[in-house]
Design a protein around this ligand. Structure first.
Ligand code: FES
Length: 161
């Protein structure tokens, strides 16, 4: 499918640029908007942003690879983020991620997000989700699961979209 930014979105971004003293200062806002629209940032989105802002593609690509909130690949419809920071790690979050990976046929030793071939689930470790007192914590799309158990994980998998 050909990459194409809708005219309405392009007009909004063109207007946004006028609020910055330099075009390049709008880079992060462009990337957030494009990721919101496309679900991730394909190479074409990086190149499009570079052209619009008078930059080289590498200037935009380095932002995409630096900030963990940007995605170069599409995510699954159910996104599972398992906290791996100290409180959660001590409360067993590693086992929870291992359980998800085992049930979904994903590599438990892989670094970074992994998506199932059917596009239903993405599983990844993340840093502190700011709910350390209720560890272990798992974020499933916008739902925070506190004191998460293996049974909770199985419920998430059963309800996956
Ligand atoms: S350590 Fe997991 S929420 Fe803070």
């Amino acid at each position: 499918m050909a990459f194409s930014v809708p005219a309405k979105l392009e007009a909004e971004l063109d207007e946004l640029v006028t609020h910055y003293p330099q075009k390049r200062s709008a880079s992060l806002m462009f990337l957030h908007a494009l990721q919101e629209h496309f679900g991730h940032l394909p190479r074409e989105a990086v190149e499009w942003t570079a052209v619009k802002l008078g930059l080289q593609p590498i200037n935009v690509h380095e932002l995409v690879t630096f900030y963990p909130m940007f995605r170069q690949e599409p995510l699954g419809r159910t996104q599972i983020k398992v906290c791996r920071t100290l409180s959660c790690a001590m409360a067993g979050s590693g086992e929870l991620r291992g359980h998800f990976c085992g049930k979904l046929g994903l590599d438990p030793h892989h670094h970074g997000p992994q998506t199932t071939p059917d596009g239903k689930f993405t599983v990844e470790f993340v840093e502190c989700l700011a709910s350390c007192g209720t560890a272990p914590v798992v974020l499933v799309n916008d739902d925070l699961l506190e004191k998460c158990t293996v049974a909770d994980c199985d419920r998430v998998l059963a309800q996956g979209r």
